[in-house]
Design a protein. Structure first.
Length: 186
């Protein structure tokens, strides 16, 4: 069992990274091999909408760090994507990753590598926990439409400082439970 984490925050060591790593820690405690990627440190360019992937079994024509991610996704049983909320949506780093998953959509990926379980982790500075719930749910729905099984979602609000989430024992505990749930979902 292998579970990988994608950190879509430009802030190294911040709330999003802390929670993604806690999800992976829970998965590891349940027996999974884990690995994480900081999307901000990778070179991922936007999807060119060239449609090369649709006539080449999901192979993306763009040669950047997504090639490594595609390889890891094929080998993984599940993944977690974490992003802070910037301007009412996921960060540019997380969006580039998400858009480039189009290469795997309707190209036989599921048949070859199985339907992937996943979890979403969001952090926000705003204390209103319901402020972005519509966005969270539409993102969950979008991943479901793309063929992923969204096992769980965590949204932590009121985190304006880089490590505010560390003091939220209930949120840390939920992140670890999600990691364990990803292992059991397979």
């Amino acid at each position: 069992m292998k579970i990988i984490g994608f950190i879509g925050s430009p802030r190294e060591g911040g709330n999003t990274e802390i929670l993604v790593e806690e999800v992976l820690k829970g998965a590891s405690e349940a027996g999974a091999e884990t690995k994480s990627f900081n999307l901000d440190k990778m070179t991922i360019v936007p999807c060119k909408a060239c449609m090369h992937c649709k006539s080449n079994n999901g192979e993306c024509a763009t040669d950047d760090d997504m090639q490594e991610i595609y390889k890891e996704l094929k080998e993984a049983d599940a993944f977690v994507l974490g992003s802070p909320i910037y301007m009412w949506q996921m960060t540019a780093q997380a969006k580039l990753f998400t858009d480039r998953l189009y290469a795997l959509f309707m190209t036989g990926f599921e048949e070859k590598y199985g339907k992937k379980d996943m979890a979403l982790v969001f952090t926000q500075g705003n204390p209103d926990e319901n402020l972005f719930s519509g966005y969270y749910n539409s993102t969950k729905d979008m991943f479901g439409f793309l063929g992923y099984n969204v096992v769980d979602m965590l949204a932590s609000s009121g985190n304006p400082a880089p490590d505010d989430v560390k003091s939220k024992v209930d949120v840390i505990e939920k992140a670890r439970k999600i990691g364990k749930k990803l292992v059991l979902a397979d």
